[in-house]
Design a protein around this ligand. Sequence first.
Ligand code: G3P
Ligand code: CA
Length: 237
Amino acid sequence: MLNIAHRGFKGSYPENTMLAFRKAVEVGADGVEFDVHLTKDGHLVIIHDENLIRTCGVDVLVKDLSLAELKKYDAAFAYEAYHEEIPSLREYFAYAKDLDLVTNIEIKNGLYFYEGIEEKLYALIKEYSMEDKVIISSFNHQSILRMKELDDSLALAFLEESILVDPIGYLKDHAIKIYHPIAQTFDKALVDKFHEEGITVNAWTSDKVPYDFKELNDIGFDAIISDYPDRFVRELG
Ligand code: G3P
Ligand code: CA
C-alpha cells in the first residue's frame, strides 16, 4: 500500500507548501497529494481553497490574482515558525521531476471552472515529462474526462465523497480505472470487487473519525492519502 501525503504533510506542516512536500519525502512517503487552481494570468498554483483567507489570512480569490500578486502572501500564515510562498505547479515539477515520487494532482474546479485548466495542466506535465509520475484526480468528473480526451494513457481518478449506488458500473461506463473514495466507506469485500474489475482503489482518510493504518492495509487499498505519512511509516514500516 502506497503512502501518499495529503496536501503535502498536513498533519505537521503548512499544507500544500514546498516545505510540506520536502518533509513528506524525508519521512519516506511514496507520494504527495495536492490541489491546483488557475491564477488570473493563467498559472497553475498549488493551494487548497479558492480563497486565500484560511491559509494566508487575506480575503481574496486565487482567480483574481496574478502569480506575482499571489506570491506576496504567506501560505504558512497560521504557523509562527514558518513562512512559505504558495508554490506554482511549475516550481513543484522542477523539484519532483527527478524524484521517485508519485504525484497526485487534484484539479480543484468544483466552484470555479477555470477555463482551459486541463490543457494547461497537460502541457506542463508534458514539458516536465511527468506523464508516468502523476495521478490526476478531481471531484469534477467532467474535468477528468477532458483529461482523458487529451491523453487516454494518463492515470486518471474519479474522486468521491458520496457513496454511489453503483460505483464500479459508473467507472466502467467512463473507462476510468482508478477510484479515490473516503477510506471509511470501504471494506475488504468491496475493495476486492474493484480489484476483480481491474480498478485501483486509492483511499483518502477523513480525520472526523479515528483510523488505524494496519486496518486500512488489511482492507487492501492500493494507496492511502493521509495527513500523517510519518505515522504510516511508524505503524507499517
Ligand atoms: O484527494 C483526497 C482529498 O484531498 C480530497 O479532499 O478537501 O482535502 O481536497 P480535500
Ligand atoms: Ca485534495
